[in-house]
Design a protein around this ligand. Structure first.
Ligand code: C5P
Length: 208
């Protein structure tokens, strides 16, 4: 079984995917981390984020087993990731690694922006997780504050909107729901509520 989960920044799709992976005992790949790792490689080397040759090389050298969420989850790396994600050769290199992960025997859960449309168009179940920009910015702000770091809600809301715009309008693999995706709006749901709805959708698909 392949489960594809897409949605905008801070929609809750990451937490939801991890809970589903545990529940259905499936390996999980957060594809956002792959773009973040490429951005991190460029930032660490003090290279511009639009250097496609270097970004492609970093994408080709990526080891999925070595992705470190604690380093890559920084807000600034997410912003940088959405800049490297517009480059077609970077997407192509990462697509190969993402597809290889998806096609392992026994299935997998992948989450990102283009899983249901590009990476796994034949996925058994597709979810598109959304929430208003305001609630996503609020959740991201609270997450950062909970780590004891400083966070400015107004700035984060502006970043969320900018990132949505960049992800939705790019030429290659833009963020849009697949035609056969189930929409899951988490604006008024907590994580447990979203999880229960998602489990129901997956189980209904399995019964068909
Ligand atoms: O999901 P996350 O915030 O970690 O993703 C960081 C950035 O990586 C996104 O804003 C998006 O530009 C890019 N991305 C993508 N395709 C994916 C996953 C992430 O373009 N499948």
């Amino acid at each position: 079984m392949i489960i594809a989960i897409d949605g905008p920044a801070a929609s809750g799709k990451g937490t939801l995917s991890r809970k589903l992976a545990e529940h259905f005992a499936l390996p999980h790949l957060d594809t956002g981390l792959t773009f973040r790792a490429v951005a991190h490689a460029l930032l660490t080397a003090a290279k511009p984020l639009d250097d496609e040759d270097l970004a492609e090389a970093a994408a080709q050298a990526l080891d999925l087993a070595a992705l470190d969420r604690s380093v890559l989850s920084a807000h600034a790396i997410g912003e940088a990731a959405s800049k490297v994600a517009v480059m077609p050769r970077v997407r192509q290199a990462l697509l190969e690694a993402q597809r290889a992960f998806a096609n392992r025997p026994g299935g997998a859960i992948l989450d990102g922006r283009d899983i249901g449309t590009v990476v796994c168009p034949d996925a058994d179940v597709k979810l598109f997780v959304t929430a208003s920009a305001e609630i996503r910015a609020r959740r991201r702000t609270d997450e950062i504050l909970a780590r004891g770091q400083a966070a400015d809600y107004a700035q984060i809301l502006e970043d969320v909107k900018k990132r949505d715009e960049r992800d939705q309008t790019r030429a290659v693999a833009p963020l849009i729901p697949a035609e056969d995706a189930h929409l899951l709006d988490t604006t008024k749901l907590d994580i447990e509520g979203a999880f229960q709805q998602a489990v129901r959708i997956v189980e209904e698909t399995q019964e068909k």
